[in-house]
Write a protein that binds this ligand. Structure first.
Ligand code: KIV
Ligand code: ZN
Length: 522
C-alpha cells in the first residue's frame, strides 16, 4: 500500500448501530454492507459478535458474502469475546480482522477497571496474542486513548505491536480532543513507535463528535501520521456520533492542495446513495444542512449565489455535486412499468432481493402507481425499507377505512390478514375510535393482533417532492420488552403508512417473542 494511502475503516454497522434508536436487523445490515462494498471502503466493522446472537450472525453473514473489504469484528480483551469475533470473521479468510480494545486512561484504569498500568499492558498483550492465533490481521484500540498519559500510550502501542497487532487505533472515545493537540499526539506516537514510521504497523484514529470536532481531529491526525481513519456514514454513532465518512473523504479530495498526496480508495459517486440507505435502514434522518449529503448541501437560495453559480459554478460551489452522487437519478417508473423494469431498477439501486421479495414489492409498486403518476427511486427505496424485515410476517394489512374531521370522532375500520398460516380463514376485522385517525387505527390493530403497544416515537417524511409524494413513517413502539421495537411503512396515504409501520413493529415484536420461546424450550 502506498505511503500516503488513507485506509477508510467504516464502523456504521458497529459504532453507528450502537447509538440509541439505530438498531438494524440482519437484512438491513446486509444491504448496508453491500453498499459499503460498492462505496469501496477498505474495512467494514460489521459488529460486536459477543454482544448477541444477532450481532454474531450479522458479522458472520457479512464475512461470508461481502468480497473486497476487510471484515472486522470487535472484542474486549477477554478470551470468549476474541473467540467469538474470530469465529464470526472466519469466513472472510485472509480478509478477516479482529479488533480488540481495552481502556488505558487513568480515569478508566482507576474507576472502571481497577487495574494498574502493568496489568493493562499484560491484558492487552494477551488479547492481541490470542487474536493473532486466530487471524493474521489484528487491530488494538486503547480505549480513551486521547486522555491516556502520552508516555504510557507509547508503551502500550509498542507492547501491542510487539505482540502482533498490525493496526493500533487511538480512539478519542469521549470526543475530548482538540485538533492541534490530537494531531500532535498522533505525531508523537508516529515518531516514537518505530513500527509506525517504518509502515510495519498502521496507526489509526477513531474520533467522536461531542465537541463537533470529530472530522477536524481525524484530519489533523492524518497530517500527524495516521493512515487509517475510522468513521461512519452520516456521522451516526454513540452520543453525538463519529467522524462522518463523507466529510473526511471529501475534505481530503476537495482540498488535495492541502492534503497533498493523501488519498483513499472510496468511490465518491456512491456517497449520497450510501447516506440515503443508511438513513433509511437505521431510521436516523439526515439534517437538511448536513455537509455533503444534506438536502441543502448544494442548494443555493440567495439570488446572488444562484447568479454566480449560473455564470461559473465554482464561484459558490467547491465540489461538483455529481462527484458525490447528487443528480444521478434515473427516469421515474410509472404504473405501466413491468416487473422486469422494477426488478432491474431495484438491482441498479443496489438491492439484492429474492424473487418473492421482488414480487411483494411489485404488488405494492402497482398499488402506488395507481395513485401517483411517477414512482421515483426514493419511493422505491422507501418501499424496500418497509418490506425488509428479517421477521416472517404474522399480520398484513388488507383493508383500511378512516373517518376523520374537525366535527367527528375519528374512527378506523381495519381488516387484517393472518399470514403465518394459523387460523388463516378467520375474518380479522374491527373498528376503533381514538384521539385522531392514527390513534384509532392503531387501537383497532392492537385489538385484532392482541398486542398492546405504546407509540414512543413517530416521524413522517415525504420521500420525494410533490403533493402525491409517498409519506414514510418511522416509529418506535414500547410493547413492554426490554427494547423499543422499530417499524417502518410507506404509502401515499399517511394513515395507511402509519398502519403499515405499526404492523411492521407488531410483526417484529411477535417474532422476537416466538424466538425467545423457542430458545427457552429444552
Ligand atoms: O470510541 C471508542 O473508544 C470505541 C472503541 C471500541 C474503538 O468505539
Ligand atoms: Zn467509538
Amino acid at each position: 500500500m502506498k505511503k500516503n494511502r488513507i485506509i477508510i475503516f467504516d464502523t456504521t454497522l458497529r459504532d453507528g448501530e450502537q447509538c440509541p434508536g439505530a438498531s438494524m436487523n440482519l437484512r438491513e445490515k446486509l444491504e448496508v454492507a453491500r453498499q459499503l462494498a460498492r462505496l469501496k471502503v477498505d474495512v467494514i466493522e460489521a459488529g460486536f459478535p459477543i454482544i448477541s446472537e444477532g450481532d454474531f450472525t450479522a458479522v458472520k453473514s457479512i464475512a461470508q458474502e461481502i468480497k473486497g473489504p476487510i471484515i472486522a469484528g470487535l472484542a474486549r480483551c477477554v478470551d470468549k469475546d476474541i473467540d467469538a469475533a474470530g469465529a464470526a470473521v472466519k469466513a472472510a479468510g485472509a480478509n478477516g480482522r479482529i479488533h480488540v480494545f481495552l481502556a488505558t486512561s487513568k480515569i478508566h484504569r482507576e474507576f472502571k477497571l481497577g487495574k494498574a498500568q502493568d496489568e493493562i499492558i499484560r491484558l492487552a498483550v494477551a488479547g492481541v496474542k490470542r487474536a493473532r492465533s486466530l487471524v493474521a490481521d489484528v487491530e488494538f484500540s486503547p480505549e480513551d486513548g486521547s486522555r491516556t498519559e502520552p508516555e504510557f500510550l507509547v508503551q502500550v502501542c509498542q507492547a501491542v505491536v510487539d505482540a502482533g497487532a498490525t493496526t493500533v487505533n487511538i480512539p478519542d472515545t469521549v470526543g475530548w480532543a482538540i485538533p492541534d493537540q490530537y494531531g500532535a499526539l498522533i505525531k508523537r506516537l508516529y515518531e516514537e513507535v518505530p513500527a509506525f514510521k517504518s509502515g510495519a504497523a498502521v496507526i489509526s484514529v477513531h474520533c467522536h463528535n461531542d465537541l463537533g470536532l470529530a472530522v477536524a481531529n481525524s484530519l489533523a491526525a492524518v497530517r500527524g501520521g495516521a493512515r487509517q481513519v475510522e468513521c461512519t456514514i452520516n456521522g451516526i454513532g454513540e452520543r453525538a456520533g463519529n467522524a462522518a465518512l463523507e466529510e473526511v473523504v471529501m475534505a481530503m479530495k476537495t482540498r488535495a492542495d492541502f492534503y497533498e498526496g493523501f488519498a483513499c480508495g472510496v468511490n465518491t459517486r456512491e456517497i449520497v446513495k450510501s447516506s440515503r440507505l443508511v438513513s433509511r435502514m437505521s431510521s436516523l434522518l439526515v439534517q437538511r444542512n448536513k455537509a455533503i449529503v444534506g438536502e441543502n448541501a448544494f442548494a443555493h437560495a440567495s439570488g446572488i449565489h444562484q447568479d454566480g453559480v449560473l455564470k461559473k459554478r465554482e464561484t459558490y460551489e467547491i465540489m461538483d455535486p455529481q462527484e458525490v452522487g447528487w443528480g444521478a437519478t434515473e427516469l421515474p417508473l410509472t404504473k405501466h412499468s413491468g416487473r422486469a423494469a422494477l426488478a432491474s431498477r431495484l438491482k441498479d439501486l443496489g438491492f439484492k432481493l429474492a424473487e418473492p421479495d421482488v414480487q411483494a414489492i411489485f404488488a405494492r409498486f402497482k398499488e402506488i402507481g395507481d395513485k401517483k403518476k411517477f414512482v421515483y427511486d426514493e419511493d422505491l427505496t422507501a418501499l424496500v425499507g418497509g418490506h425488509i424485515t428479517e421477521v416472517p410476517e404474522t399480520w398484513s394489512l388488507d383493508y383500511l377505512a378512516v373517518v376523520s374531521g374537525n366535527q367527528t370522532v375519528p374512527t378506523a375500520t381495519v381488516r387484517l390478514k393472518r399470514v403465518d398460516g394459523r387460523k388463516a380463514d378467520a375474518v380479522y376485522q374491527d373498528a376503533g375510535i381514538g384521539d385522531g385517525p392514527v390513534d384509532a387505527t392503531l387501537k383497532a390493530i392492537d385489538r385484532l393482533t392482541e398486542t398492546r403497544g405504546e407509540l414512543m416515537e413517530y416521524s413522517l417524511r415525504a420521500t420525494s417532492q410533490g403533493h402525491d409524494a409517498l409519506g414514510e413513517v418511522n416509529i418506535k413502539v414500547d410493547f413492554g420488552d426490554r427494547q423499543l421495537v422499530p417499524g417502518k411503512g410507506a404509502s401515499t396515504d399517511v394513515i395507511e403508512a402509519s398502519a403499515r409501520a405499526y404492523l411492521n413493529a407488531v410483526n417484529r415484536h411477535l417474532f422476537s417473542g416466538e424466538e425467545r420461546k423457542k430458545r427457552s424450550e429444552p
